[in-house]
Design a protein around this ligand. Structure first.
Ligand code: AMP
Length: 214
């Protein structure tokens, strides 16, 4: 099963993607996580990506497309994968379709986690991410057991630079301009499904399982 998660930054698509990956035993491929890992390791890709990420801008397509194309041909992707944060532009979606066509495949589902902008701005201010393992929390909805400390690895959890209010606003503008057109793109392919992302996490996941099948 090959799945794309769509939705504004902060809509909760990452959380849902992780649960989908667990339940259906397929890899969770998050381009944001890949960039953050590269930043942490101080790679050239990380240095380039950070310039854009800190401003709330998208990393240029050419830096992303190859990365994903190389990842989805790996052995662990043979039964499918869930893409989180990719594609984010029409050229990325077209490149993905091309890469899959070469492998004789195509995407099965694009799931849009729908949340209003106002709701996103409120959520993102409360979001916290672990400096060590990248796990994400929310000060109200998904708090850490000990304030400021990651439950999973014990490192410090912080407000990510790209979750700061002015950056969030910019990311939403970028989302509407560059990523939202993908909703029509996948609707035309007949694989778009929408879920109401404002409901509790477990209910959103139940809706997704209803779409994908138990
Ligand atoms: P995310 O964790 O998915 O919200 O991604 C964080 C940031 O990484 C985004 O705001 C972009 O700057 C960058 N990024 C992640 N995925 C992509 C992508 N597919 N295309 C361009 N930029 C991306």
């Amino acid at each position: 099963m090959k799945i794309i998660m769509l939705g504004a930054p902060g809509a909760g698509k990452g959380t849902q993607a992780k649960q989908i990956a667990d339940k259906y035993q397929i890899p969770h491929i998050s381009t944001g996580d890949i960039f953050r890992a590269n930043i942490k390791e101080g790679t050239e890709l990380g240095t380039k990506a950070k310039e854009y990420m800190d401003q709330g801008l998208l990393v240029p397509d050419e830096l992303v497309v190859e990365l994903v194309a190389d990842r989805i041909v790996k052995e662990d992707c043979k039964n499918g994968f869930v893409l989180d944060g990719f594609p984010r532009t029409i050229p990325q979606a077209e490149a993905l379709d091309e890469a899959l066509a070469k492998m004789g495949g195509k995407m099965d589902y694009a799931i849009d986690v729908d949340v209003s902008d106002e709701n996103i701005v409120n959520r993102m201010g409360g979001r916290r991410a672990c400096l060590g393992c990248g796990a994400t929390y929310h000060i109200v909805n998904i708090p850490t057991k000990v304030e400021g400390i990651c439950d999973k690895c014990g490192s410090e959890v912080v407000l990510r630079d790209d979750d700061k209010p002015e950056t969030v606003q910019k990311r939403l503008t970028v989302y509407h301009e560059q990523t939202q057109p993908l909703i029509d793109y996948y609707s035309q392919q007949g694989i778009l499904k929408s879920v109401d992302g404002t409901r509790p996490m477990e209910d959103v996941f139940a809706d997704i399982v209803g779409i994908l099948g138990a």
